[in-house]
Design a protein around this ligand. Structure first.
Ligand SMILES: CC(C)(COP(=O)(O)OP(=O)(O)OC[C@H]1O[C@@H](n2cnc3c(N)ncnc32)[C@H](O)[C@@H]1OP(=O)(O)O)[C@@H](O)C(=O)NCCC(=O)NCCS
Length: 195
């Protein structure tokens, strides 16, 4: 842990600055237009859904209310950290990154990320994962950060490997995607590996 600073908690919602990205708390009015696009994006649906979603669901009033409630309450969560990924080149939000599933006694949590179409393939995802993992290990004092990536998402796997995560195992045929079975890859990084 960073000795210079008092330990952070999940209730703290920091702004983390990298070269290409800045991670900051949700600003509902500013972020909603980007989130509406991201949450309907075919690649985000394909790689982040627990079940096959061939087409984006209709964006009706109920959905708008659910999304507004969800993102409107992220900054008040004491046991998870949801941050918006901002492209520093434009100052615009391009996605979200989250630490969740906090396992307090074992000092572990899960990480997830989704970038919309404007944010991908420019190194932003790798840097965002590095920044938030660094926060998890050095500021929150966690020992282990883990995540899952579907086997048909080599870009995700590569970004996580570049950020320092290692493959721990494969859960076979977890997702039914159309007429295919897709494996799920378990990855994690430990504090002792995080130099
Ligand atoms: C996955 C995600 C976070 C990665 O972030 P990103 O900014 O797009 O990725 P980066 O540019 O940082 O790095 C991607 C790496 O994968 C590589 N890559 C891209 N497509 C690839 C493919 N089909 N096969 C293998 N490697 C690939 C890139 O070349 C790059 O590696 P390199 O720097 O060694 O060349 C982002 O694309 C995203 O959110 N996608 C949609 C939702 C998603 O997949 N979320 C994660 C669910 S686990």
């Amino acid at each position: 842990m960073d000795d210079q600073l008092p330990p952070a908690t999940f209730a703290d919602k920091p702004t983390l600055r990298g070269e290409k990205v800045l991670l900051r708390p949700v600003r509902l009015a500013e972020d909603l237009p980007m989130l509406r696009v991201m949450l309907r994006d075919p690649e985000v649906l394909r790689y982040t859904s627990d079940s096959y979603t061939p087409v984006a669901p209709d964006w009706d009033e109920a959905m708008e209310r659910r999304i507004t409630d969800w993102y409107g309450t992220r900054n008040a969560q004491p046991d998870r950290l949801d941050l918006i990924v901002v492209d520093r080149a434009t100052g615009r939000g391009v996605g979200e990154i989250v630490l969740n599933e906090w396992d307090e006694p074992n000092r572990a949590c899960n990480l997830r990320i989704a970038l919309g179409p404007d944010g991908r393939d420019r190194g932003l995802g790798t840097e965002a994962v590095r920044l938030l993992t660094d926060h998890a290990i050095r500021r929150l004092g966690l020992n282990r950060v883990s995540l899952n990536v579907y086997a048909f998402n080599p870009r995700g796997q590569r970004a996580y490997e570049k950020a320092g995560f290692k493959v721990e195992g494969i859960r076979r045929q977890v997702l039914r995607h159309g007429d295919q079975w897709i494996d799920d890859i378990d990855m994690a990084v430990l504090a002792e590996e995080w130099a």
